[in-house]
Design a protein around this ligand. Structure first.
Ligand SMILES: Cc1cc2nc3c(=O)[nH]c(=O)nc-3n(C[C@H](O)[C@H](O)[C@H](O)COP(=O)(O)OP(=O)(O)OC[C@H]3O[C@@H](n4cnc5c(N)ncnc54)[C@H](O)[C@@H]3O)c2cc1C
Length: 315
C-alpha cells in the first residue's frame, strides 16, 4: 500500500514553514502520510506538527542527532522507509534537503526528483535550466524521493484532529560517524530569514560597499519589517555574506513582495525569485531585464530613491 513520509525540517527546534508545503504535495498525492522529525529535544516541535494533517508524527529524538549531520540523518530516514514501507519521501527544497535526501535515496536505491512544482497522475513536474524549462518526469521503482518548491504548494489549513506522536527507536551504535560536528557559526540577525519572509528587499551591484548596503537595503528592509537578500555580484565582491544570496545557486524564495534594488535581473538571479507574487524594482537603466518581470518599476538612482522611500514610509 502507498504511504508517504514527509521529512520535517527545523532549525534547532524551530519548524521551517516550508515543511507544510511538502505536506501539501503529500496530501495531493493522496496516500496517507506521516511526518518524520529528526533531532534532539523535539517535544515542542512535534507538538507544532500535530495539526498539519498527518496520520502520525514520527519522532527520531536522540542526542546523536542533535546536529543535522547528513550521513546520520540519511541512515535514520532510510531505516524508517524500510521499516514502514514508505513509497514516497518528500521534503521542501532547502540546503538541508540537498544534503540529506539524495544520500537517503541512494541508501534505499530510490529514484529522486528535485525542485518539484507540480504533480499529476503519478508524474512530477520539476523546473530545470534555471527555471527556463519545466519537465514532467515519472520516477521508476517502488520508492520515490522528491523535494518540492514551497511556492508551488501552499500549506493546507490546520486540521481539527491532532495527529498522534510516535517515537522512532534510534540505535546510536549503528549510526555512521563519517562526519563530526565541530562548530556552528550563526550570524545573529533581528531580521527574518528570506526563505520565510513575506517581504524581501534585495540589493545588487548598484550598492558600492557594505555600509551603503546596510544603510539603503537594510534600512528599507527594517522600515518594512522585511528580510534582506542580495545578488551574487555583491556576494562575490565580499560586500554581502553568502547566506543572503538569492538565485539559482543561492536561496529560492517566493515572498508576497520582492523589492529589487539595483539588480539587473540576470537569469540566474531571477531563477530564485520569479515565483514572487509582486515584484518591484528600482534601477537607473530603463532597459534592465528586471523590468520585464517587475509588476512595478522605478527608473531612478538607488542612492537618491531609497533614502526618499525610507523617509516617506516612516511618515
Ligand atoms: C552558474 C551561475 C550561477 C549564478 N547564480 C547566481 C545566483 O544564484 N544569484 C545571482 O544573483 N546571480 C547568480 N549568478 C550571477 C548572475 O549571472 C549575475 O552576474 C548577477 O546576478 C548580477 O548581479 P547584479 O544584478 O547585482 O549586477 P549587475 O548585473 O551588474 O547589475 C547591476 C544593476 O544595477 C544598476 N545600477 C547601477 N548603479 C545604479 C544606481 N546607482 N541606481 C540604480 N541602479 C543602478 C545597473 O543598471 C544594473 O542593471 C550566477 C551566474 C552563473 C554563471
Amino acid at each position: 500500500m502507498s504511504h508517504t513520509l514527509v521529512i520535517a525540517e527545523h532549525d534547532q527546534g524551530q519548524l521551517k514553514l516550508a515543511t507544510l508545503s511538502a505536506a501539501a504535495l503529500a496530501a495531493q498525492v493522496g496516500a496517507p502520510f506521516d511526518f518524520l522529525l529528526l533531532g534532539s529535544g523535539l517535544a515542542a516541535t512535534a507538538e507544532a506538527l500535530r495539526s498539519a494533517g498527518a496520520r502520525t508524527v514520527l519522532v527520531a529524538d536522540h542526542p546523536e542527532l542533535a546536529q543535522p549531520l547528513a550521513d546520520r540523518y540519511a541512515q535514520v530516514i532510510a531505516d524508517v522507509v524500510r521499516a514502514r514501507g514508505a513509497t514516497l519521501v518528500v521534503a521542501a527544497v532547502s540546503t538541508f534537503a540537498k544534503d540529506v535526501l539524495p544520500r537517503a535515496a541512494a541508501l534505499v536505491d530510490a529514484a529522486m526528483a528535485s525542485d518539484v512544482v507540480g504533480y499529476e497522475h503519478g508524474a512530477f513536474r520539476r523546473v530545470m535550466f534555471a527555471g527556463n524549462a519545466v519537465a514532467t518526469v515519472e520516477l521508476a521503482g517502488a520508492v520515490k524521493f522528491v523535494t518540492v518548491r514551497g511556492a508551488a504548494f501552499p500549506a493546507a489549513a490546520p486540521s481539527a484532529t491532532p495527529s498522534p506522536v510516535e517515537a522512532v527507536a534510534v540505535d546510536a551504535a549503528t549510526l555512521p560517524k563519517f562526519a563530526t560536528f565541530v562548530a556552528r557559526e550563526v550570524k545573529q540577525s533581528a531580521r527574518p530569514d528570506a526563505t520565510e519572509a513575506r517581504i524581501i528587499v534585495s540589493g545588487g551591484r548598484a550598492l558600492k560597499n557594505a555600509e551603503d548596503f546596510e544603510r539603503l537595503v537594510g534600512g528599507l528592509a527594517d522600515t518594512l519589517g522585511a528580510a534582506v537578500g542580495s545578488s551574487r555580484a555583491l556576494v562575490d565582491a565580499g560586500i554581502t555574506p553568502n547566506s543572503l544570496q538569492i538565485g539559482q545557486t543561492g536561496k529560492i524564495v517566493a515572498p508576497d513582495l520582492y523589492l529589487a534594488v539595483g539588480i539587473s535581473g540576470a537569469i540566474q538571479h531571477m531563477a530564485g525569485m520569479k515565483d514572487t507574487k509582486v515584484i518591484a524594482a528600482i534601477n537607473k537603466d530603463a532597459e534592465a531585464p528586471i523590468f520585464e518581470v517587475a509588476d512595478y518599476g522605478l527608473v531612478a538612482d538607488v542612492y537618491e530613491a531609497v533614502p526618499e522611500l525610507i523617509q516617506k514610509l516612516k511618515k
